[in-house]
Design a protein around this ligand. Structure first.
Ligand code: TLP
Length: 344
């Protein structure tokens, strides 16, 4: 049975061409800064984001967490959105590794109300944790891959400046945000002190992420990357996959966006399934199954038995993600299978 794997854009396999480029990559000891392919990737990412420097990391989690550590001291507070990845899916790392507490604020489509952000900033009084950092996510995964619009980011930036706070962007899927909105990566990045981006999601590289920021900041991130076990030596093999992915798989993300929209529209016609089309902006869709006779995990199990893989995000929410390997036929097949589930 042909499997349609819509669980995440992290499930892609490197193509033969990508593997060949990786195998041929010149490498060196990156802890000494001597891996030419990693250096090339870091230079490229610094240019793309308009920052002074960039550092290759093992994962998106390592990129976010080394950045959070480098911006803060133990006991500090970090403001984020209530469904942020750093809060929900990074194994409690801000508390465990940086010793900071998160201050989540509920947003709308992943976008924060600037007044609520300002109200959440703690006074300097020593009863309180010191607010140091605001972290945003673009696209916002759990809200359904929603784009954080530049004009909204600017409102938060103004508040951050006023209160002398730093800003971090979890840009694991900033590639998708840029393609969907027409706002360049540089324009987004200009509003932040640090930006993390992933190569192993929509771009389809097997491993790796990056943190971008000022030279001084990246030097601190370098310390914490070593501390967190991320000094990977001859990892240029991985960086080569990332370089290949940027060149070949960035512009094509529009195809993933088109396909997930087609799937969302079709699901909205089926009994029981509701997709809020406002949230369908990039390569992710969240379908609300509250009106179905079956719970989301049960539906996911039935789909899996029929060769369609998705993830139950909660008892009433299922996530599907389009990526490099998902074709128009796969979308059609998914719709056909879901039609027959008798969920209404
Ligand atoms: N997200 C994964 C899961 O952890 C949910 C996925 O399948 O979407 N930031 C954002 C916004 C992410 O979505 C992810 C991965 C990360 C950071 C972490 O990246 P990795 O998995 O490389 O540590």
């Amino acid at each position: 049975m042909q499997i349609v794997d819509l669980r995440s854009d992290t499930v892609t396999q490197p193509s033969a061409e990508m593997r060949a480029v990786m195998a041929a990559a010149p490498v060196g000891d990156d802890v000494f800064g001597e891996d030419p392919t990693i250096n090339e990737l870091q230079t490229k990412m610094a240019e793309l984001t308009g920052k002074e420097a960039a550092l290759f990391t093992a994962s998106g989690t390592q990129a976010n967490q080394t950045a959070i550590r480098a911006h803060t001291q133990p006991g500090d507070e970090v403001i984020c959105e209530g469904w942020a990845h750093i809060y929900n899916y990074e194994a409690g790392a801000p508390a465990a590794l940086a010793g900071v507490q998160l201050h989540p604020i509920n947003g709308r489509l992943g976008v924060l109300d600037p007044d609520m952000v300002e109200a959440a900033i703690r006074p300097g009084d020593h009863h309180f944790a010191q607010t140091r950092l605001i972290s945003l996510e673009n696209t916002h995964n759990r809200w359904g891959g929603t784009v954080y619009p530049l004009k909204e980011i600017k409102k938060i930036r103004r508040i951050a400046r006023k209160h002398r706070l730093k800003m971090h962007l979890d840009g694991a899927r900033l590639w998708n945000a840029s393609i969907a909105s027409g706002t360049s990566i540089k324009e987004f990045a200009a509003q932040f002190d640090s930006v993390s981006m992933c190569f192993s999601k929509g771009l389809g590289a097997p491993t790796g992420s990056v943190v971008c920021g000022s030279r001084k900041f990246i030097d601190r991130v370098h310390l914490y990357r070593k501390m967190y076990g991320g000094g990977m030596r001859q990892a240029g093999i991985l960086a080569a996959g990332a370089l290949y992915a940027i060149e070949h798989n960035f512009e094509r993300l529009t195809e993933d966006h088109r396909r997930i929209k087609a799937l969302a529209e079709a699901l909205n016609q089926l009994p029981g399934f509701v997709v809020n089309m406002q949230t369908v902006q990039t390569n992710i869709l969240i379908v609300d199954t509250s009106l179905c006779r079956k719970k989301a995990p049960e539906i996911v199990e039935e789909l899996t038995e029929r060769g369609i893989k998705m993830i139950a995000f909660s008892p009433t929410r299922i996530r599907a993600v389009a990526h490099l390997h998902i074709t128009d036929n796969d979308i059609d097949r998914t719709i056909e299978v879901m039609k027959k589930l008798q969920t209404g």
